[in-house]
Design a protein around this ligand. Structure first.
Ligand SMILES: [Fe+2]
Length: 428
């Protein structure tokens, strides 16, 4: 089997570079290699193939000019050939290098992918000149990828859509706490991580979504479902549909309820919820709303934006579903409705940390908050910014509602306990 040596060159605007598996002198000649364009990379690729040298982009598998991994089979003497090849192929010019050094980028790993976010990103580039390179994946995929990439990760900013996952990213050491007066002033303290030992904040909530209860308007009285506690009350036996207990949205809800009730009462409540199920947990939140409309169950739990999405839909089948269901924002007389967040963080190994902070600060601005929240029918988190969303207004009767105010970081901290409780009560 052919042995392989890996060199990793990271061509950031500052030409940060590192390597692995080779003696320092074998790669020092590469230090000033400047890879200016994708055309150049393409050329390298062709030559590389002939020499059984391959590269791939560690950012997203496509051709970003700044990240290049070279796998060299066997002996070191192939290095000199490689260097000559690269030198002849790539442009070695101080002036072009300087031009490249001026290009500002921020590499974004995002679990949000809504069409309105495009306007958000182009607004940032227009205002700052900083180009955004985006990789889309879900929360779990992004966290796994950051772990696998380690210090070689090109990620600068991370956007996730669940508090427990943000907490996990923090405790797994994937983020770097930041000091930003702008963010600290804009985002309420209970919607961001707890401060680290140096006073930095690991992540900030940028929009909120309520975990609400929908019910069959004909069969169920609103009063019987206007608290989370009643989801576990025997009076609702056999009526409830909910997605998997271990889905992050439910883990966060149950984490919040554990914080409000205490562990013992929360577990007894979870047992009651399992006893009330109309069917085994399956599907996403939209499926639960549809199951209420179809009569498979009478009560369901969903994130508010899934219902808002259906309320804004012009499809007759969605409109028919919406007409059959009522919605309540639970616990208005006690601790308030559970709110989850979509939020952002700076990656632990960010190569462009200043740009990353600037991007998060932009997302907390009034202009960006409207796009960010409305794009997914959510509420903005920044102080003084109000949602202007017809579906959300209709859902709340255009009146303010009471949201819980526990620190959202406590929700993530309870998740391990919650998972153990779910196992004990048999909540799949
Ligand atoms: Fe979702």
């Amino acid at each position: 089997m052919i042995g392989r040596t890996t060199i990793l060159l990271e061509m950031s605007p500052l030409f940060f570079w590192q390597w692995g598996g080779l003696p320092r002198q074998s790669v020092k000649n590469l230090f000033f290699l400047l890879f200016r364009s994708s055309t150049c990379l393409h050329g390298v690729g062709k030559l590389a193939l002939r020499q059984t040298v391959t590269f791939f982009n560690i950012a997203n598998g496509s051709c970003l000019p700044y990240h290049l991994r070279i796998l060299i089979p066997g002996k070191m003497d192939s290095m000199s050939t490689l260097i000559k090849t690269l030198l002849s192929c790539c442009i070695l010019s101080t002036s072009t290098g300087f031009a490249l050094a001026q290009e500002q980028v921020v590499n974004l790993y995002s679990a949000r992918h809504y069409s309105t976010d495009e306007a958000l990103y182009s607004g940032f580039t227009k205002a700052t000149g900083i180009k955004i390179n985006r990789v889309d994946a879900d929360d779990a995929g992004i966290l796994a990828r950051l772990k696998a990439e380690g210090s070689a990760s090109p990620a600068d900013v991370i956007l996730l859509v669940d508090a427990a996952r943000l907490y996990k990213g923090e405790t797994d050491g994937l983020f770097q706490p930041i000091q930003s007066k702008v963010l600290n002033e804009a985002i309420p303290a209970h919607l961001r991580s707890a401060a680290s030992s140096n006073g930095g904040i690991s992540w900030f909530g940028l929009s909120t979504r309520a975990r609400v209860i929908v019910y069959n308007k004909i069969k169920v009285q609103k009063d019987d479902v206007d608290t989370y506690e009643e989801l576990g009350d025997p009076k609702n036996k056999g009526k409830l549909c909910i997605r998997s207990g271990s889905h992050p949205y439910n883990l966060s809800l149950f984490g919040a309820i554990t914080e409000h009730m205490g562990e013992e009462k929360a577990e007894a409540w979870l047992k009651g919820v399992v006893d009330n199920l109309a069917r085994s947990p399956k599907g996403g939140d939209t499926d639960q709303i549809k199951a209420v409309a179809s009569g498979e169950c009478d009560i369901a739990v969903t994130n508010s934006y899934y219902l808002a999405r259906m309320m804004r839909s012009t499809k007759p089948e969605d409109m028919a579903v919406v007409n059959k269901v009522g919605v309540v924002f639970p616990n208005q007389q006690s601790w308030g409705t559970h709110m989850n967040i979509a939020g952002g963080a700076v990656a632990r190994h960010a190569k462009n940390p200043a740009n990353a902070v600037r991007f998060l600060e932009y997302l907390a601005s009034a202009e960006a908050q409207n796009y960010f929240a409305n794009g997914n029918n959510e509420w903005p988190t920044a102080k003084g910014v109000n949602a202007d969303n017809p579906a959300l207004k209709a859902m709340t009767g255009n009146a303010p509602f009471k949201s819980e105010t526990i620190p959202i970081s406590a929700v993530g901290a309870n998740v391990t306990k919650v998972q153990q409780m779910l196992d004990r009560v048999g909540f799949k």
